[in-house]
Ligand binder design. Sequence first.
Ligand SMILES: Cc1ncc(COP(=O)(O)O)c(C=O)c1O
Length: 365
Amino acid sequence: MPRPQPQTLADIDTPAAIIDLDLVRRNIQTMQRALEGTAVHVRPHAKTHKTPQIALMQIEAGAPGVTCAKVGEAEAMVAGGVRDVLIANQVVGAPKLARLCALARQARVTVAVDDERNVRALSAAAAAQGVTLGVMIEVEVGMQRCGVLPGAPAAALAQAVHRAPALDLVGLMGYEGHTVGIVDRAEREAKTRAALAAVIQTKAACEAAGLDIREVSGGGTNTFDITSTIDGWTELQCGTYVTMDAWFRQHVGHVFESAFWVLAAVVSRPTRERAVVDAGAKSISREPGGLAVVDDPPGIQLRSLSEEHGTLSLAENAPDLQPGDKVKITPWHGCTTFNLHDVVYALQDDEVVDVWPIAARGRFT
Ligand SMILES: Cc1ncc(COP(=O)(O)O)c(C=O)c1O
């Protein structure tokens, strides 16, 4: 039976994913304004919110499309109205290549590659389906995840893409995932610039070989103001900036504002110092390095998450929580927490203005 739609924050059943729409809009505008007058645009990473309605807000503000991590995520975005997707990841295997090509009939699709065998497979699949796929060469910049080595190996792969019948060489990608977590700003900047210089050098090598490199893409929330000032860079892939999370707040204290919480209800108050809420690791992702933070009411700390319980410590000045009272918890990692929920409640002040399916949640194929 369909549940009645809540009208206000107080009506929302828990645990629930909630966003503050005004703050989301402000974060989008902050990013857009920061890039105004530069040669760089943001292609927001949809892995954070996994919600087409938020992607469309980002596009309306000026983004050309979104970045995705998986074909399934891109399918959900396109089904929700997005017309331009970059899968900043390698796509392999016949079933996924078929889906990728089918998607290219409905939207502009670009995919990352770092291997010539994958280039041949992509080209054959696209040619068989009569579509063209955009391709970015993913260059290894020190993160030691995916990516072809910069310079000659990357330029040779770009040549292979250029020669491939059903592929369009769009440009280069380098993601500095190993520098985004450096807390010291000067060190983060120096290491980011050093890492991404490899992509710019590769661009020069490609251009010297006569290849047209239209886009140079990468960058995260924690390096957006560094990566976007690199000469030759054109595109940022930042995701978390739109809603933020406790990790970013603790590590950087950013120009972006927290706009995403899990709303939980107190289910038990066994002692004066301890309360238990109905949100555990199945509704707030639990990851090494830190714990989610209780933002409201004040004076309360999350101590631990078991599967369906969150245990809170109450300071002396904390409110006298009763069963049924609500708390707002900022997840340590926003992206993996969105992925746990079916819907997100979009609030304006305390009013629920929309309830959006998190359409790409669980879409990891
Ligand atoms: C390929 C890629 N690009 C960009 C990002 C940046 O995301 P965020 O802005 O959330 O740090 C990530 C993060 O995982 C990524 O994997």
